[in-house]
Design a protein around this ligand. Structure first.
Ligand SMILES: [Zn+2]
Length: 482
């Protein structure tokens, strides 16, 4: 067996501490503190301060002039085109970045103050409900997001700068409505000293130069959650591939990339083509991968430009991060509690790629893992394992979310059969493309397309209910009767 279900280096592996889960079942709803004050959080029970209420951002334009040697920002302006959802005299952005020089709203200077991760803005003129407005924040200096991979956001090496942080790294380097409920399109204009280059989400639309600098403009026209926003600036070796239907693919590597590392990306066009047969059309106008010259064993599915630490470069991780473009990026979480909808699906996609390469016999070991898990759940629950349907904020990216999430999907496939199972995955991406969905909506869709009653099934797999009495049908019954 060359590969196994649970073998891979996965997104953001880190030391995690135990915390109680918060059993909540509602879509987040922001609660304002006064009728004309935007709420300081969007209402996610795991992260009450993430995102903000009272407005919705349509588009971000980030102008970044970078000092790569210092690892800092010479000057930056973030312009947010937004719509007020209520009358606003005060509203917040999420921001933990360096010193602010000026804030304007519709071109007029605005009062502002900072407290922890909140940037509180008081426009000169009241904003009417439904009004479009532009807030521009100019800032400079060295972002410092701390040591946690959850929140750090801004990373530097001796020769490069790059951005990643799930769920909340972005506010370390630009002001943002930082929750997946408020997705937006982006323009990034990144100025770097020659001879450096910069890649980012979306497609490269313009390159201009002065005697000493180059400015790269990247347009991400499909809306994107803020934790998926990235760039990588430094000395880059660029490789182009072409995917299905002419899909442009750009891979950007550090100059000392090895042939073996590059080889891990060679099958990306074929991988996209295969996943399209399983999940439906690739959801974006471009794809790419960038390797940073840093030794962390992690990758993040940053939208259309996946970012990898060097130890994470392997074909199976490429499959995982590519699958996230459907699961997590196009179909986003409504609340962070439903993280298994991202990680369980992307982890299972690694198995699906192995099945494509090596044939269906590789599934025998996964069948066995499903049956073993059901046996363990017979008497009562999952032996102290976290509930992957409600892992708690401090165990958001626990291994169980990945592994048991993938097993949940394989069990569902065995229970319903291949035709129905893959119909569900394709319909999921069709129905919720470039939007949001929840665990409840996935269960509803699975029941709708299968005609089966699946509440108890998902209670066992996602919430550790005892499996006693669970009716096993189809291939699941056959596999677990042996
Ligand atoms: Zn992942």
């Amino acid at each position: 067996m060359r590969r196994r279900l649970l073998m891979a280096l996965l997104c953001f592996i880190m030391a995690l501490s135990v915390a109680p889960g918060l059993a909540q079942d509602a879509t987040p709803v922001a609660t304002p503190v006064s009728p004309t004050t935007g709420a300081s959080g969007i209402g996610d029970p795991y992260y009450p301060e993430l995102g903000n209420g009272g407005y919705q951002v349509e588009h971000y334009t980030l102008d970044l002039d970078l000092d790569i040697d210092a690892g800092s920002i010479n000057t930056a302006t973030a312009s947010l085109d937004a719509v007020a959802l209520q009358v606003l005299t005060i509203f917040n952005l999420d921001y933990r970045g360096p010193e602010i020089d000026q804030v304007t709203v519709d071109g007029a200077a605005a009062e502002f103050s900072r407290e922890d991760q909140e940037l509180v803005i008081e426009p000169a003129q009241l904003l009417e409900a439904g009004a479009s407005f532009t807030v521009a924040v100019t800032y400079h200096g060295m972002p410092g997001g701390g040591d946690s991979m959850f929140t750090r956001g801004w990373w530097t090496t001796d020769t490069s700068i790059f951005a990643l942080g799930e769920p909340s790294g972005s506010e370390a380097w630009y002001p943002v409505n930082g929750h997946p409920l408020d997705k937006a399109s982006y323009t990034m204009r990144i100025t770097v000293p020659k001879p450096n280059a910069a890649v980012a989400n979306g497609t490269l639309t313009d390159v201009t130069s002065t005697a000493t600098t180059t400015t790269y403009t990247w347009e991400a026209s499909d809306e994107m959650a803020s934790y998926l926003v990235t760039f990588h600036a430094g000395p880059l070796v660029v490789e182009r591939q072409t995917g299905p239907d002419g899909l442009p693919i750009i891979n950007a590597y550090p100059p000392n990339i090895t042939p073996d590392e590059r080889e891990q990306f060679a099958r990306v066009p074929e991988m996209i083509e295969h996943f399209e047969t399983l999940f439906g059309p690739y959801p974006f106008a471009s794809f790419g991968n960038t390797v940073v010259d840093e030794d962390f064993p992690a990758a993040l599915e940053t939208q259309t430009m996946v970012i990898y630490g060097r130890p994470a470069v392997s074909e199976t991780v490429v499959a995982h991060e590519l699958a996230h473009q459907w699961f997590g990026n196009s179909v986003s979480l409504e609340r962070w509690q439903d993280i298994w909808l991202n990680e369980g699906f992307a982890t299972y996609a690694q198995t699906l790629w192995d099945e494509y390469l090596d044939g269906p016999e590789i599934l025998d070991v996964v069948d066995q893992q499903v049956c073993t898990a059901l046996d363990a759940a017979e008497a009562g629950g999952a032996g102290g394992q976290i509930q992957i349907g409600d892992p708690g904020p401090d165990r958001l990216l626990d291994f169980a979310v990945y592994g048991r999430g993938a097993l949940t999907l394989h069990a569902l496939r065995l229970q319903l059969g291949d035709d129905t199972f893959f119909d569900i995955l394709r319909e999921w991406n069709e129905r919720y493309s470039h939007g949001h969905a929840s665990t409840g909506e996935f269960i509803t869709l699975a029941e709708e397309l299968s005609g089966a009653e699946l509440d108890q099934f998902f209670d066992v797999w996602l919430f550790n209910a005892p499996s006693a009495g669970l009716e096993l049908i189809g291939d699941l019954a056959a596999a677990c009767d042996e």
